[in-house]
Design a protein around this ligand. Structure first.
Ligand SMILES: Cc1ncc(COP(=O)(O)O)c(C=O)c1O
Length: 368
C-alpha cells in the first residue's frame, strides 16, 4: 500500500524504547521542535527544487533569515546587503549591530555590491529580483567577488523559484519565503533555507533553540502547494506579462517595471540568468497621478485585493510607500525609484481579461 499523499504527523514527541529513533537524515527523531517526518517531506522536496544537499523549513521566511544570521554571523563579522532587500531582512541585520555585527548596504546592482564587498565581509545576502522595483541582480558576478575574499553568498530566491537556481550559480545557500509562490495560496506562512556547501548543523541548532521549525500541518500545506508551483508560476508569469504590456500603453501610467518586458533595463540580465522565458507574477508601475492617483486606484479595485504579500492565487495590489519602503529614508527611496505613485501588483490565477478590466476601471480608463 502506498498513499498518494504523505500522512501528517501531528505529534509533539515520538516514543523512545531505549535508543532514540533517527529521522531519514540521521538526526534524533524524538521531539517535533527538532525533527518531524512531515517537515522532512517538505524539506526533501525543497532540496530537489533548488538542487541542494539539505533543507530546513521554518515557520516564516523571517524565521529562516533570523536563524541564518545567527548561524553565520558573530561579533566582528560584516554582512553586505542590497539596500532594496526586503525591509525586515535589512532591519533585522541592522538590529544585530548591537551584538557587534556590521552591516553594509549597497545599491542593488552587481557592480555596487561587488564594490561593497571587502576583506572583512563574511556574508553577502542577495535577492535575485528586488522588491518593489524588480531590478535583477547578476548573482554570478557577485559570487565571483565573494569567493575572492572568502565570503559566503546566500540568495533569497522568493521571487524566482524554478527559473533561477542560485546554487548552480555558485551561491552557498538559498532562502525562500514559502509564504509566497511555493505555498502559493495566501493561506500559510513558511520559510526555508536550502543548503549547498553550508553545513546544516549550525542552522539546525538555532532552529531548535528558537523553536522556529514549521508546524506539521503547515508543512503539509506548503508541500501540497508545491505540487502545482510550476503550473501556477507559468500562468502567473504569462498573465503578468500581458498586464505589464497593457499598463505600458495606459495614459494614466508613467512607468512600468517588469523584467519580462523587452525594453525593461533588466530584461537582458533576466534572460541570461533565468532558465525559462518566465519572469514571475509581480509587476510594478508608477501612477501618473502620484500619491493621490495611487491611493484612489487602490480604493477603486474590485477584483484585485489591496493588501500586502505576493505570489498567491489571488491577485493583490500593494502600496510600497506605506508598506515595504515605509521605513526607508526618503533619499534611499528616491535613489531606488520608489515614488509615492508606485503600485506593486502580484498577479494571481484569475482570468487575465477580468484583471485587466479591473485595472482599467481603477485607473479611471472606462467601465462604470
Ligand atoms: C523576498 C522576501 N524575503 C523574505 C520575506 C519574509 O517572509 P515571511 O513573510 O514569510 O516571513 C518576504 C516577505 O514579504 C520577502 O518578500
Amino acid at each position: 500500500m502506498r498513499p498518494l499523499h504523505e500522512p501528517v504527523y501531528i505529534t509533539v514527541a515520538f516514543a523512545q524504547y531505549g535508543e532514540a529513533g533517527k529521522s531519514d537524515r540521521g538526526f534524533d527523531l524524538k521531539y517535533s521542535r527538532e525533527e518531524n517526518p512531515t517537515v522532512r517531506v517538505l524539506e526533501r522536496n525543497l532540496s530537489a527544487l533548488e538542487g541542494g544537499r539539505e533543507a530546513l523549513a521554518f515557520n516564516s521566511g523571517m524565521a529562516a533569515i533570523g536563524c541564518l544570521y545567527l548561524s553565520q554571523l558573530s561579533a566582528g563579522d560584516e554582512v553586505v546587503l542590497p539596500m532594496e532587500a526586503y525591509g525586515t531582512t535589512v532591519q533585522l541585520a541592522e538590529e544585530l549591530e548591537k551584538f557587534g555585527v556590521s552591516v553594509k548596504l549597497a545599491y542593488p546592482s552587481a557592480e555596487s555590491i561587488v564594490e561593497a564587498i571587502g576583506g572583512g565581509t563574511s556574508l553577502v545576502l542577495l535577492e535575485t529580483v528586488t522588491n518593489p522595483t524588480l531590478k535583477v541582480i547578476d548573482v554570478p558576478e557577485v559570487v565571483k567577488r565573494a569567493r575572492e575574499v572568502g565570503a559566503r553568498v546566500v540568495v533569497d530566491n522568493t521571487f524566482s523559484p524554478l527559473v533561477f537556481r542560485p546554487l548552480k550559480a555558485g551561491a552557498d545557500a538559498v532562502v525562500h519565503s514559502l509564504t509566497k509562490y511555493i505555498a502559493g495560496h495566501n493561506d500559510v506562512l513558511g520559510g526555508a533555507v536550502i543548503l549547498g556547501d553550508l553545513d546544516v548543523s549550525g542552522l539546525w541548532h538555532w532552529r531548535r533553540r528558537l523553536g522556529s521549525i514549521i508546524q506539521p500541518v503547515e508543512a503539509w500545506l506548503v508541500w501540497r502547494g508545491m505540487k502545482t508551483l510550476e503550473l501556477r508560476f507559468e500562468r502567473q508569469s504569462r498573465s503578468a506579462l500581458a498586464i505589464a504590456e497593457f499598463l505600458s500603453e495606459h495614459p494614466k501610467v508613467k512607468n512600468v517595471h517588469y523584467p519580462g518586458l523587452r525594453d525593461d533595463p533588466h530584461h537582458e540580465t533576466a534572460r541570461r540568468l533565468f532558465e525559462r522565458d518566465l519572469y514571475g507574477g509581480v509587476v510594478s508601475f508608477e501612477h501618473a497621478g502620484g500619491k493621490s492617483g495611487a491611493l484612489s486606484f487602490l480604493r477603486s479595485l474590485r477584483r484585485i485585493f489591496p493588501s500586502p504579500s505576493l505570489g498567491g492565487v489571488e491577485s493583490i495590489a500593494s502600496y510600497p510607500a506605506k508598506s515595504a519602503a515605509k521605513v526607508m529614508p526618503p533619499e534611499r527611496r528616491r535613489l531606488l525609484g520608489i515614488t509615492d505613485g508606485l503600485i506593486r501588483l502580484s498577479v494571481g490565477l484569475e482570468d487575465e481579461d477580468e484583471l485587466i478590466e479591473d485595472l482599467d476601471r481603477a485607473l479611471g480608463g472606462g467601465g462604470d
